[in-house]
Write a protein that binds this ligand. Structure first.
Ligand code: IPE
Ligand code: IPE
Ligand code: MG
Length: 240
């Protein structure tokens, strides 16, 4: 694909929000919205890869989303299972996934078979693909920071780390996104002006773009608009 944008973000993070409202507007069950949302996720992954985005991080399920009805949580887990099975299938047929897939979030509390599939898909997708897809599942920004800090506290207790030597980089290196650049652009469809515990540490200097479109209606043209707007932003990082 020819070069489409002057200023392409290296890392885009997307909050896939609005599935429930989309379904409600159509008199459907919330789970129907999740189903369509999962298809949109596949399309947007492909599009991001086509236009040459290096890292894309999708928010699929938060540490707070367990509060939802058992039926809804089960439906979301089943969609995730289906996606993982599909990926697994592609590898078995020796096809490439097309991306380098990584799951960010806590594996604790997740169904065991899903954790197994996640590990396997991550391991097998470890090829030389140009696009990294991070999928945030059972992810919470605060939970992630606690996870990183706990690892440092252990080192302090063992006597291998002096508390005065703790740096920002050490905390970054203990996050699920270790080794990846911070998101340049965070997109939230569905019109909510909040981060909802997403990438709290990594978003320090991210540009935020809120869109009214609900996630199941989200198209590559919507992403284009966000990237164009990003290109017009003046990022200063505290400088002048
Ligand atoms: C996002 O859509 C999907 C998840 C949080 C799993 P929602 O389910 O939050 O949709 P709304 O916000 O209720 O419309
Ligand atoms: C954020 O959306 C989580 C995901 C999209 C996975 P929510 O719908 O859970 O966020 P709130 O509750 O509106 O803040
Ligand atoms: Mg929501």
């Amino acid at each position: 694909m020819e070069k489409k944008f002057e200023n392409l973000p290296e890392h885009i993070a997307i909050i896939m929000d609005g599935n429930g409202r989309w379904a409600k507007q159509r008199g459907l069950k919330r789970t129907e919205g999740h189903k369509v949302g999962a298809e949109v996720f596949r399309n947007i992954c492909q599009y991001c890869s086509d236009i040459g985005i290096k890292y894309v991080t999708f928010y699929a399920f938060s540490t707070e989303n367990w509060k939802r009805s058992k039926m809804e949580v089960t439906a979301i887990m089943n969609l995730l299972r289906k996606y993982l099975d599909e990926m697994q299938e592609r590898y078995l047929e020796n096809e490439e996934a097309g991306y380098h897939i990584r799951f960010i979030g806590s594996r604790e509390g997740m169904p065991k078979d899903i954790v197994k599939l996640m590990d396997s898909v991550e391991e097998k997708s470890d090829d030389k693909k140009k696009t990294y897809i991070n999928i945030a599942v059972n992810y919470g920004g605060r939970d992630e920071i606690v996870h990183s800090v706990k690892a440092l506290a252990k080192k302090v207790k063992e006597g291998t780390l002096n508390p005065d030597d703790i740096t920002e980089d050490m905390i970054s290196d203990g996050l699920y996104t270790a080794g990846q650049p911070d998101p340049d652009l965070i997109i939230r469809p569905s019109g909510e002006y909040r981060l909802s515990n997403y990438l709290l540490w990594q978003s320090a200097y991210s540009e935020i773009y809120i869109d009214d479109v609900l996630w199941p209606d989200y198209t590559p043209a919507d992403l284009d608009r966000a990237i164009e707007e990003y290109g017009r932003r003046n990022r200063r990082f505290g400088g002048v």
